[in-house]
Structures are given as C-alpha cells and as structure tokens.
Design a protein around this ligand. Sequence first.
Ligand code: B12
Ligand code: SF4
Length: 502
Amino acid sequence: MFTTKVPAELRLPPVLDPSIATPPATPRLALLLNPFYPKDPHASFGKHVLTPSLALTSVAGATPAEWEVRYWDENLLHGRPPWDPFPQVVGITVHLTFADRAFELARWYRRRGAIVILGGLHVLSCPDECAPHADALAIGDGVQCWPEILRDVEQGKLQAVYRGSYRRPYRDDPPPRRDLLPRDSFLTTTSLIATRGCHNRCGFCYLSTEGLHMPYLVRDVEQIVAEFAADDQPYAVFVDNNLGSRPDYLRRLCQALRPIEKIWSAAVSIDVTDDPSLVREMALAGCTGVFVGFESLTNENIEAAGKQSPRTEDYARRVGLLHDHGIQVNGSFVLGFDHDRPDVFARTAEWIEANRLECATFHIMTPYPGTPLFKQIESEGRLLHKNWNLYDTAHVVFRPQQMSALQLEEGYAWCYRTLFSHRSIWRRRPQHLPAVPPYLAMSYLYKKSNRFWHWLIRRRMTAAAWRPLVEITRRRHLRFRKRLETTTENRELAPMIVSAGV
Ligand code: B12
Ligand code: SF4
C-alpha cells in the first residue's frame, strides 16, 4: 500500500551543513526561498508539483531593476538551497506548516551575514512568533513592501516591520516572474491569479484571519490573457481563492480567454452553477476542470461555518451541469466538523462515487490561528496542541465533537485509500467511452504513482510525464467546444454533446 512508505526526501528537508564556509555576500543579490514541508502519505505526491505558488514569483516581479533575484523551491528536491554566490538578502515565505523549516533556513543564512526577510500567511497571523527569526517582517502584500525593503537595505536603514495593504488596485501589480521557475519541474508553470478575496467568509478559512483586510479586487482581464500567452504553456491553473466570486467578472474573463484556445482549471464555489449560461461560457473559454470546495454534505456544517452555499441536496444536480459541459470536478471536503458522525467517511465516499467526481481532496478540519474557528475551539478547550507542523490538514489537532481523534484520523486515511483504489477510479470513469482512456491515464499518474513521484520530481520529469495527457485534453476540449458553439444555451442539449464525443 503506497500510504505506508514515504521516501526520505519527501519526509525530511535537506541538511543545512553548519561547516560550510560561505563567500562574502554579493551586494544587490536577493534569494527567494520556498521552504520544504513533509508530504502527506495518504494523498498524491504529485500534487506538490502541479503548479507553483505565486507568492515568491509575485514578490520577485516587484524587485527593483538594480537587484538580481534568484528563486529556490526546496520541494523540487534539487538538494540544499544555494549559497555561492552568497545573497545579501534572503526572502522566505512562511506558512504555519513549514514555519520551523523557514526559521531553520533563516538562522543558517543570518549566521553567515545575510539579511533575512520573512513574509507570507504565518507572518500575518503570528508576527510575534516570526519576529525573532528575521531582520524584518513583511506583513500582508509583499508586492508593495519588497521594493521598499530593498531600498532600505541599500541605505542601511532597514525597519523591523513592513506592511502591505491589500487595498491598492490589484491591476497595478507587475506580472509575477514566472521565468525564474524551472519549467520542467511542474505540470505547468502558469499559475494565474485574477482576483483577490472572496464573497464568503467561512469561519475555518484563512481569509477570515483577524487583521487580514482583503477586499475583493480583480485584475484587468487583458492582463490575465497576456500573462497566459507570455508563459507559453497550453494549460494554466488559477490559484484564486474563488474565481467565481463575481459572476460578471468571470464571464468577462471567459470571453477574453476564449480566442487563445488554451485550457485551464480554477477553484470555485459550487454557486458558480447558479447560472448555467456562465458554466457554458467557462467551457467555451477552455475550462476543463474545477476544484470545488463542497466542504461538507451536511447543511448544518455549512451553516455553522457561515458559508453562503446552495443546499447540499442540490450539489449532485450542479455537478451534473459541470460534467455536461465537459468540466471535470475535483471536490474538496473537510472532515471533522461538529455535526460529523463516524458515518461521514462512508457517506462522503459513496456520494463522490455516485456522482462520478473525477478527483477528491480531503482535509481534516484545522483551526488556523487567527480564524474564528481557532478562537471557538480554543475557548472550548478542545485544542490538542499548538505544534504548527501538524496543522497541515492531515493530522487531528483538536478534539472532535462526535468521534474520537483517532477515528477522525483513520477515517481521513480511509477516504483517500478508498477513493484512490482501482475499484473507485474505475467506478468513476466518464460515461462516454472515448473519454475513458485519458481519464484512466491521468488518474493512474496522479493517484497510483506515489512510488515514482520522488524520482520524477528529482529528475525534473514532471512536465514531460504530464505533457502528452495535457495535449490530448486540449485537443479533445477544442473539438468539444466546436460542438458546444453550435448549440443554443439549452441545457438539454449538453448531454447529447457529451455523448457525441467528449
Ligand atoms: C498554490 C497553492 C498550493 C500549492 C503550492 C504550495 C507551496 N507552498 O508552494 C500546493 C497545491 C502544492 C499546495 C499545497 C498545500 N496547501 Co496550498 N495553496 C495554494 C494557493 C491556492 C495559492 C497560493 C498562492 O499562489 N497565492 C497567491 C500569493 C500571491 O499570495 P500569498 O501566498 O499570500 O503571498 C503574498 C503575501 O503573503 C506575501 N508574501 C508571501 N511570502 C512572502 C515572502 C516575502 C519575502 C515577502 C516580502 C512577502 C511574502 O506577498 C505575496 C504577494 O502579496 C493558496 C490559496 C491562495 N489563493 O492563496 C493555498 C493555501 C496557501 N494552501 C493551504 C494549505 C492548507 C495547503 C496544504 C497544507 C493542504 C494539504 N493538506 O494538502 C498543502 C501543503 C502545503 C503546505 N504544507 O504548506 C492553505 C494555507 C492555510 C494557512 N493558514 O496556512 C491555503 C491558504 C488554502 C486555504 N484556503 O486554506 N498549495
Ligand atoms: S468560499 Fe472558500 S475561499 Fe471563500 S471564504 Fe469560504 S473557504 Fe475561503
């Protein structure tokens, strides 16, 4: 069983040799680091090389012209981070799950004379914990702080804290520096972001972190199309929290994306299906997959989280609408809500199979510091510990209401085991026969290849492994679009299109 063995390089970060003598710092050289985190043995190791986070490439985009900037992602398994030439400034992104590793990196570089700047979500939610490990903190939007930080370094007047508000027009941001990314190491380097914020404020989501003021802002659709075209990849992933938050904006974005004939996927909430004509626009614009935060199949859980969402009884019809438009569904489910009983695992798995969701992602409910959920669980005395390393949604860090912590952890593992099994992959195959081989190829590469992933990643073969499947999907999608274009917006026609060859 693949869940039993995780190769060492996916469990442990590279050793930072204390005996290395580094050269003197190169003035105006900045190194941006994405720290290592251990991979969940239950999920796909391939998940971590689908598409890169935009945190550091966005910051890099704001680097003043006189500075050289380099990028290093420890999760790409290329060994220990670079030190020759030695950077004058090291910028590290910090999430709670890899905060310890970020601090270890910070110590290593600071001891050798680098100026270390920490930024990212954990710096925003726990600045006091991060401060001792940095020469300066960037709280909030780094695109705004970064040029100021580097100017202050040049003038020798670095401050302890810099704050970037999320209120500045999003369209003013320079494009992320995707050219810094190793192209062979990801399924696609084209992570795109068009919007910031979300119309919801779910109590468990990082967007409801105290002190985070992130109004809903959008970039110009032309900017997104230009970035997609500039990176020269056939497939892009939108890493927006919820690309469907403003249906009118999504519609405009789709209309702008349509002529470039590329494919993409995005995270949306299920209310994106409120208007079938919008789903049609998405399909016509190249959307081949959505990551949907269903969260739970129990209405009481959704209500308690404060999420505005359609009733769960209507989820199946909405999934059908996406499928009818050739859009695959990766459902995201949170396990361990207060209304979840031990039957939640089997019920969720059955529903996923009955509705033929092509993929599913599970998260053990995790109270992120600073969120309403954290405050509630802490005030009820249900937090088990504050070891952030385990706040990775794969471990139970609180006492669940209707089951034991062990039951929750075992149920989570069972869900992945069940949904990643040969039987389940087969049961969820598309109804149209020609669509089955590419579906099976993708499922097996993603869900059943954990024993190969570290090997593919280390040898920079991720893009090569995915490339044929991406191209087949793009071509199939273009054929599907031609048929869809000739129909009216009448939903009744869509299943006929599907059966005609998607
Ligand atoms: C792409 C992505 C991934 C990718 C890549 C992750 C990686 N670390 O490289 C993959 C798919 C691998 C992934 C995996 C996971 N992810 Co993820 N992921 C995202 C996603 C969708 C986009 C990130 C992004 O590009 N954001 C846009 C950038 C521009 O915003 P930003 O990161 O906040 O960066 C800005 C500032 O914070 C600041 N900044 C950040 N770093 C730095 C550094 C410096 C020096 C400076 C100056 C400024 C600065 O400036 C940036 C520009 O304004 C976010 C959701 C989201 N939309 O943000 C979730 C998110 C970050 N992921 C999350 C989680 C929980 C995970 C997992 C643990 C889930 C799981 N169980 O599998 C795993 C494991 C990763 C881990 N241990 O951290 C949570 C984190 C919650 C939290 N409080 O920490 C998020 C917020 C999703 C959510 N809604 O809950 N993820
Ligand atoms: S809908 Fe999703 S992105 Fe929006 S607040 Fe809720 S969990 Fe966060």
